[in-house]
Design a protein around this ligand. Sequence first.
Ligand code: SAH
Ligand code: SF4
Ligand code: F3S
Length: 454
Amino acid sequence: MGAQPAVRGSYWITTFGCQMNKADSERMAGILETMGYAPGSDEHSADLVLYNTCTIRDNAEQKVYSYLGRQAQRKRLNPHLTLVVAGCVAQQEGEALLRRVPELDLVMGPQHANRLGTLLEQVELGQQVVATGEHHILEDLTTPRRDSGSCAWVNVIYGCNERCTYCVVPAVRGKEQSRLPEAIRLEIEGLAAQGFKEITLLGQNIDAYGRDLPGITPEGRRQHTLTDLLHHIHGVEGIERIRFATSHPRYFTERLIDACADLSKVCEHFHIPFQSGDNDVLKAMARGYTVERYRRIIERIRVRMPEASISADVIVGFPGETDAQFRHTLDLIEEIGFDLVNTAAYSPRPGTPAADWPGQLSETVKVERLQELNALVERTARARSARYLGRVEEVLVEGANPKNPGQLMGRTRTNRLTFFPDEGQGLGALVPVRIEETRSFSLSGRSLAPALRH
Ligand code: SAH
Ligand code: SF4
Ligand code: F3S
């Protein structure tokens, strides 16, 4: 037996925000366990509490302050409690967070996630630590503690070089940094050996993958692109499904669409945020594409993969957005028929250009638009779900339905959540399920034995 690390107590992590934060939290949990921390059962009794925060909208940021208030009180009674704020609020606020919550031990930006161990060692020496400097992200050598046993996130590019005028991400996540294809493939091989069946490649702008890596092909194109990466990892045995997110319409290429159609493990689901259905608003957002280009991408996907599901993000109430411009967004949603759309009312973020523009809309208008939009999104999602009725879909088992332990839960290749009776298929099984009931965002059915294998 190898040497056991010192027992340091229990930890608790609460994660806000996007998949990037979820992936960072899994790596940080892995680091804590390597250091001798054990998963705690309760946020209010753990010896180390870490909040991995999000600042994409004001309400996301405010949430963390209320959590921190309670922990600060606990720390005053128990000085041995270690309090950590990681993620995007930490990066944005830095030292200011210590002034606001002096009980904090460690404030660390997302680029420092892999350094949690070293930073905590400084805390153990009695320092209060702020780590928010621009940092080259090193490969993490510990094993992340993954929440799921069948589907895993794999970071491929950190940061974002775009400058959408509403968005804090470039300020808090820093410049684009791509991981090397070899390191990515090694990680995926490791995941396959542990029994994972599905991987999702992650990046804020995943189409930018490889832009910062050296290398040009003899034909004069970039050597490392997302398309090349998909080819590079497709052969990993044991991995049955490959997804990627988030795609940017500006960089989404035909070559990529062809690769998705040709590579059997790449799932027919695309998350391509369009943000607005109006060209003038898109221009003010500095998104760098038009509605026409967006339509062409979707058409091309549907020519090659007619069953593909399409999801997106959209913002309503951007400064200066007129009612007619908002209607263009509704029209696009109706026309494309999205399977899912994440919707948000515009929230002015500190340090972003649009926050200072005239023409800010009232909360009332934003909320009205959001409600109208959500009703439409629900309706199109329901219509898209209806097409599954009576079909047999391959579902990858992710676990038990938390609301009904007699049922298993998983996703179709097109990413629809699906429930069916548990007949002992087990985690990671690929089960053919006949769909008997459809709802806006989920399906139910019955399995047809035996389990499918690719
Ligand atoms: N990189 C992705 C998304 C990153 S943030 C992309 O380019 O699409 C996730 C989503 O949050 C965005 O797609 C956008 O819809 C929303 N969002 C970002 N900034 C926002 C803001 N200031 N107010 C409201 N929604 C915002
Ligand atoms: Fe933000 Fe735009 Fe980068 Fe997406 S592409 S993270 S919206 S700046
Ligand atoms: Fe939020 Fe940071 Fe992700 S601001 S959406 S957690 S990149």
